[in-house]
Design a protein around this ligand. Structure first.
Ligand SMILES: C[S@@+](CC[C@H](N)C(=O)[O-])C[C@H]1O[C@@H](n2cnc3c(N)ncnc32)[C@H](O)[C@@H]1O
Length: 236
C-alpha cells in the first residue's frame, strides 16, 4: 500500500513497504539499491554527524527502528528482478547465496582507519564485463560531511553517481530501499528519473528534503530531469 507519495523535481518518492508497492509499479530501466544487510546496522552506528548546513550534531547512539535486523527475502529479490533488466545492488556479498553467480562487482573503498569497521563495501551488478571497479572516498570527514549524514548506512552521493555511470542508457531508475534518498539525489543530479520507496517515515522525510535540495542546486551542464509523467504504468 502506498502511504504517501511526493513528486519532487524529476523524482518520485513513495512511503510504504516495497514488498507491497513493487507489484503496483511499471517497468524501470534499472534497479539501483542498497537493501538492509541483516547485520543490525540500525542499532549500533552513530554518535554524531553534520546536518545539511554543515553543523555538527550529536546523535543518540541508538537509531530508531530495527530495519537492518533482517535482509530481504529471495522473493523480494525476485520482485526486483522482474522490474528491470539492469541491477546494481549494494551489500551484494550479504546476498551472494540469493543473487545469480557471476555479475560484475563494484567496490567502494571507504578508506577506514578504524580496524573494527569494514574497509570496503561491495555491489553486485548485472553490468556486462568482468573487470571489478573501485571507487575511493572516505566514509567520514569532509567528503561525507558535505553530503550531510542523515542515515546510519548512507552512501556518498558521488558513489551513487559513479555507479549510475556504468549504466548510461538507464534513465528510469528504481530504488526500493531508498533510506535517506541518496540514489534519487544522484538521479536528480545526473538528469535521470528515479522512484524511491522507503518504509520509515522519518527517513522518507529526510529523502524528500535531500532531493528537494538537489533540485535547487542543479549542475548547469546537465539537463534537469522532467517531472515524471503520470502515465507509463507508474501510476495506480
Ligand atoms: C541500507 S538502508 C539504505 C540507505 C541508503 N542507501 C542511503 O544512502 O540513505 C536500507 C533502507 O531500507 C529501508 N527498508 C527496509 N525494509 C524496507 C521495505 N520492506 N520497504 C521499503 N523500505 C525498507 C530501511 O528503513 C532503510 O532506510
Amino acid at each position: 500500500m502506498i502511504i504517501r507519495e511526493e513528486r519532487i523535481g524529476g523524482q518520485r518518492l513513495i512511503l510504504g513497504d516495497c514488498r507491497e508497492v513493487m507489484p503496483l509499479l511499471g517497468r524501470f530501466d534499472a534497479v539501483v539499491t542498497d537493501p538492509p544487510y541483516g547485520i543490525g546496522a540500525a542499532a549500533g552506528i552513530g554518535g554524531g554527524g553534520t546536518d545539511a548546513t554543515g553543523r555538527w550534531k550529536r546523535r543518540p547512539r541508538q537509531y530508531h527502528g530495527s530495519w537492518d535486523d533482517e535482509r530481504p527475502s529471495a522473493d523480494a529479490f525476485f520482485a526486483m528482478a522482474q522490474l528491470a533488466s539492469e541491477h546494481i545492488i549494494w551489500g551484494g556479498n550479504f546476498f551472494a547465496d540469493i543473487l545469480p553467480i557471476g555479475g560484475r562487482w563494484l567496490i567502494w573503498d571507504k578508506m577506514n582507519s578504524m580496524p573494527s569497521y569494514s574497509d570496503a563495501e561491495l555491489a553486485w551488478t548485472s553490468i556486462a564485463g568482468s573487470s571489478v571497479k573501485k571507487f575511493t572516498q572516505c566514509a567520514s570527514g569532509p567528503a561525507a560531511n558535505r553530503d550531510g549524514r542523515a542515515h546510519p548506512t548512507q552512501k556518498p552521493v558521488a558513489l551513487m553517481e559513479w555507479c549510475l555511470g556504468f549504466i548510461p542508457a538507464a534513465q528510469i531508475i528504481l530504488d526500493p530501499y531508498m533510506g535517506s534518498g541518496t540514489t534519487l539525489v544522484a538521479c536528480q543530479r545526473t538528469g535521470r528519473n528515479g522512484t524511491g520507496i522507503e518504509l520509515d517515515p522519518e527517513y522518507f522525510e529526510i529523502a524528500c528534503r535531500r532531493v528537494d535540495e538537489a533540485g535547487r542546486q542543479p549542475d548547469l551542464l546537465i539537463k534537469a530531469p522532467q517531472p515524471q509523467p503520470v502515465q507509463r504504468g507508474f501510476d495506480l
